[in-house]
Design a protein around this ligand. Structure first.
Ligand SMILES: CC(C)(COP(=O)(O)OP(=O)(O)OC[C@H]1O[C@@H](n2cnc3c(N)ncnc32)[C@H](O)[C@@H]1OP(=O)(O)O)[C@@H](O)C(=O)NCCC(=O)NCCS
Length: 180
């Protein structure tokens, strides 16, 4: 059963400095080594080759995603949902917003690293068409865990776009996609 607050309109919009307190509060719950405020400010200052989006429900920031554009590749830096708002499509909306931003930046492929133990995230990325391409040994410095490297290729192609349309159609309550 979806909590009443989560049945409200969900808003997806660019991340700005005013969101960082809430974003960092989510990070503190879900990441062993969250980014510092300075790292976020640097990412947001990078402007044209970064895509950072937050997801709000009932006015509260409940998730976000970030992406760095490197040539024709979009590198997903993070997608995270407040644990109290999981499994209602917040992470998928954040990732969809990153895909749109990557397409606007003429990216042709997307890539990311994810912990081998992070099965929930790998399943979400799998639904978006990301496939395992390799492993980076001991990539995570906190516990030397391996990273799975995933890629989604040809994101401008009809198969990938049709997959994105299906994911968007699966959202069971209204989403407002804002550009500012
Ligand atoms: C990975 C993560 C971002 C997913 O966030 P989320 O908001 O729960 O993601 P979604 O709701 O879009 O999808 C999760 C599941 O809910 C399901 N779901 C989505 N909307 C739903 C709805 N309205 N009703 C029922 N189920 C729904 C999805 O199908 C998916 O199911 P599956 O995992 O069995 O395939 C979240 O677990 C997280 O923040 N993890 C910690 C941070 C992290 O590890 N990030 C990745 C770093 S690489």
């Amino acid at each position: 059963m979806i909590p009443a607050a989560d049945r409200a309109i969900i808003v997806v919009e660019p991340m700005t400095k005013r969101h960082l307190k809430a974003v960092r509060a989510i990070d503190a719950k879900v990441y062993p080594r969250p980014w510092s405020l300075a790292m976020y400010l640097q990412e947001l200052a990078n402007g044209s080759n970064r895509v950072y989006r937050i997801v709000r429900s009932a006015g509260k920031v409940v998730g976000y995603g970030g992406l760095m554009v490197v040539g024709s590749d979009g590198h997903v830096t993070s997608v995270a949902t407040d644990p109290d708002h999981r499994s209602i499509g917040v992470g998928s909306r954040a990732l969809l917003a990153l895909v749109r931003g990557a397409l606007d930046s003429a990216c042709e492929a997307l890539t990311l690293e994810v912990r081998v133990s992070n099965i929930d995230a790998q399943r979400m990325y799998g639904r978006f068409g990301f496939e395992r391409a390799g492993v980076r040994k001991g990539y995570y410095t906190d516990n030397r865990e391996d990273a799975v490297v995933m890629w989604a290729n040809d994101i401008g192609g009809s198969a990938f776009r049709s997959r994105m349309r299906d994911i968007e159609a699966s959202f069971d309550h209204h989403t407002e996609w804002r550009s500012s």
